[in-house]
Design a protein around this ligand. Structure first.
Ligand SMILES: [Zn+2]
Length: 312
């Protein structure tokens, strides 16, 4: 999108926000009055959650949102003050198009300056507008780095908004996906995201929620235990103790893990499917006949102990 078109788009958004005198408030579902402060997360726009509950397919995977912003936006929507509501709509609209068209922060800063001179109550710079988190705990997982966004932190606003859809069940069934993905054609830089989705709710089943992301310039994590440790620790806690929203207890279970063959071997910490001992069921040694084949029919089966001790 050209700068001119972007300017025009902004003007339309401002006009739209200015004409919102009789706008019906989005109906939010039973928002919790007491939301703990001080946490941050990346999640989709709360207005998108509130207004278009039926259509979550368009919700972006990640955009710059903070937990504080989420609660503030809900407060805006709950207030009777029209000005706050208009400002919230304007800020939300600006954030959406800035994320959509990957506009530079320098451009946004200048645009905000112009809009402020026109009398609009907006922040001075892009980072405040987008609620870019100031601190992220990025940890070292050799040979790269890892950020754990957190299951609770990511799930809380979603479950809070859609809590009425869970009146029949308090079990959250999760689908887990872990895979490596290249992030450029000119280098070996890669991401290994841990993604989950809720599979026992049709509204939310298309929503992909990132829980943690590993990054390195060259390769995947050296140690699968180290990579999965933050996720496994938090997941164990959720499975054991559950999670409360509005005094309603939610329990979690992992119903399925979806991986391709290389990722499966990586997560199970076993040899790849084409290795000499590549069978995950038994200890049969493979024979190479144009491709790796496992000819034995009655080899000793692998056990939980043999997996854990990493035997062959
Ligand atoms: Zn086998």
């Amino acid at each position: 999108m050209s700068k001119r078109n972007f300017d025009r788009h902004i003007q339309q958004q401002i006009q739209m926000a200015s004409s919102l005198t009789m706008v019906k408030k989005p109906k939010l579902c039973n928002i919790s009055p007491a939301i703990p402060k001080g946490k941050s997360l990346s999640i989709q726009s709360p207005s998108a959650v509130g207004e278009q509950a039926e259509d979550v397919a368009d919700i972006p995977l990640i955009c710059n949102m903070s937990y504080t912003h989420f609660t503030e936006s809900i407060n805006f929507l709950n207030k009777d003050d029209d000005n706050n509501y208009k400002k919230s709509k304007l800020v939300d609209s600006l954030k959406k198009i800035i994320s959509k068209y990957h506009v530079s922060h320098n451009f946004v800063n200048e645009l905000l300056l112009i809009l402020r001179e026109e009398g609009l109550d907006l922040p001075k710079n892009a980072r405040v507008l987008l609620n870019t988190p100031k601190h992220q705990s990025i940890i070292q997982i050799n040979p790269g780095s890892y950020i754990h966004l957190g299951i609770k932190t990511m799930m809380f606003p979603i479950l809070t908004t859609f809590i009425s859809d869970f009146c029949n069940t308090s079990i959250i069934k999760l689908s887990l996906n872990i895979d490596g993905l290249p992030i450029s054609k000119s280098s070996k830089a890669c991401f290994w995201p841990i993604l989950i989705s809720i599979i026992n709710n049709t509204k939310l089943s298309k929503l992909i929620i990132p829980i943690g992301i590993y990054h390195d310039k060259y390769k995947k994590p050296d140690c699968i235990s180290e990579f999965l440790n933050p996720f496994v620790t938090e997941m164990n806690d959720l499975i054991t103790n559950g999670f409360y929203i509005n005094k309603q207890k939610f329990t979690f279970e992992i119903s399925q893990i979806i991986c391709d063959a290389p990722a499966k071997a990586f997560i199970l910490n076993v040899k790849q499917f084409n290795a000499d001992h590549g069978c995950n069921s038994c200890i049969e040694e493979g024979t190479f006949l144009n491709r790796m084949t496992f000819l034995g029919m009655d080899s000793e089966l692998r056990t939980d102990k043999s997996f854990r001790e990493n035997l062959m």
